[in-house]
Write a protein that binds this ligand. Sequence first.
Ligand SMILES: [Zn+2]
Length: 684
Amino acid sequence: MKRLLAAMVVLGTAALTSGAHESATDAKKPLPPVLDPAAIDHSVEPCADFYQYACGAWLKANPVPPDQSDWWRFSELDEHIRAVLASILEEAAAGKGAKSEDRSKIGDYYASCLDETAIEAKGLKPFAPELERIAALKDKKELAGEVVRLHLLGAEPMFFFSSTQDYTDGTMMIAEADQDGFALPDRDYYLTDAYQGERADYRLHLVRMFGLSGDGTKQAKAEAEATMRIETALAKAAMGVVERRAPKNIHHKMTLAEFAKLAPSFDWTAYLAAVGAPTFASLDVVDPGFFKGLETSLKSFSLDDWKAYLRWTLIDGLVSAAPKAFVDQDFAFFGKRLDGQKEIEARWKRCVDATDDQLGDALGQAYVERAFSHEAKARVLAMMREIARAMEADIKSLPWMSDTTKARALEKLANVDFKVGYPEKWIDYSKLEIVRGDALGNTERASGFDVKRELAKIGKPVDRGEWSMTVSTDNSYYDEQLTDIYFPAGVLQPPNFDVAADDAANYGNLAALIGHELTHGFDDEGRHYDAEGNLKDWWTKKNAKAFEARARGLVREYDAFVAVKSRSGRAKDVHVDGKLTLGENTADNGGLRLAYVAFLAMQGNKVGKDAHGYTPVQRFFLSFAQGWCENHTEAFAKEDAKTNPHAPGKYRVNGVLVNMEAFREAFACKVGTPMAPAKLNRVW
Ligand SMILES: [Zn+2]
């Protein structure tokens, strides 16, 4: 479910709110039930539009709040978790509760982030030394020295450099270089007609941000144009989101010498020495074409152009700790213009997110102590084993798969580890300095700490105990190289799961999510990795062809769905991208099937109807559908359709249920009704 939220984490403020008071109220609000009969719209026929039937009343009662661009059932739990985290942070900031070095650090970080008066009083002064360094660059050869400084401070110019699991030897970590360095959500925003409006407004945003930094109108305009030229060139050289879905497109192991030759104008020796990476002989270059493009850009743009660009990446990357005028302008473009969000989130919400982002394991430990249920963990682990058994039976029964491929698939399935709740080992922050009152310094040092921590892994064995999501996150993921599934403490709560709810409700929701993550190991991306997480083709040619033919059916199905309906004759409808969302749709479809098999094995349809007249199987499908009730702004939907590998909520429900015989039977949908088309698609 690795839901990618396209909006940037923006810190700053529009209004000073009483964080303590507001968060305390939110933390006490009861969580919504897993299956909510009050969410149903009985005026809609289940066989006409099941999503509308299951969610209709909820959709009406839950408009998008002004400080959000998307409001779905996960949001209700998200807000609750944020309030719990805020109460932990408020205590830590006040020196109350459990005492430890980590507690002091999260308290100091949070308090500094909240202290807008201090941030305002300092103005742009804390940024001045770095801005002066950029201004003093004399030669393009010196760019590497500045880029490395910016990477260590948390800005993202030019490219991305870190470590990753070796795709040829899943036991080892190697260095990784990837595309980066442009701020709009996708390369197409710079290149295609569909985003002309966004581009024009982005130019204005750049001019305003340079203006706020103290540059005159003429200079600000020139700097904005230079930045636009460079970002457009980088975007042109970059791969698009759909291309990046193919594992063969994003893994290229080469020697350091071969890599350096892709962009010889950049001083890689200086960069690697200054960033503090261990020495290495080879690395995974995600996108070699991008680095060739970077070389062209380094040659063709002037030093002044690059200075303007670096200046922008510094302010943009660290805007959270800048004065209010910057934060407001940042929100006006990235929040309001791109996502259709009316108001910026309260400062305390943004500061909770920032603390979770930069000191996630320190905050996470406190969260687990306060909010994690060990009873939930035991139930969820049992559910995972049942889902895995359902998948094992399914693989064994597939008529289109040979025994050879089946044996490999079963080996891969057996290798999946179930990670539930929180990691066994936490990040050690003892070397990270957090200073109360120094918001910018804290975010810079935490960024540098993180970059160095990642780079230190180069050449070392893979640490299988590390997680890439913080424990309070209301989400889950499958790691295609570690081949494990992860369900953090945050997600194991209502409305996703409730130890007190019936099996129909829990299997329709959380078990389907477990099935979803497990299916990712066998979707159009995951299937290319073997049981050890190596990129190795383990499929017979014939079986691979059969898989692809099935996948094409899903691509066609989802391509037909409309994400944003055009309101005028001139503009086109924005469709769901069947190729971009193929992996998630495969996982959604496969996941619900597995959950259904496990549910039937558990209790069948034996138990009678509930107080509302629903059978257990009907409750199972209602619970599934209600997990994806979602309202969003139109702007959000447009951006989401371009960048989010998940389909919108409506199609995560209807797109799956139209393919399930068991659903039609449960609600007596006749073939030919919208929820029961003649053709069913099935990958897994
Ligand atoms: Zn997923």
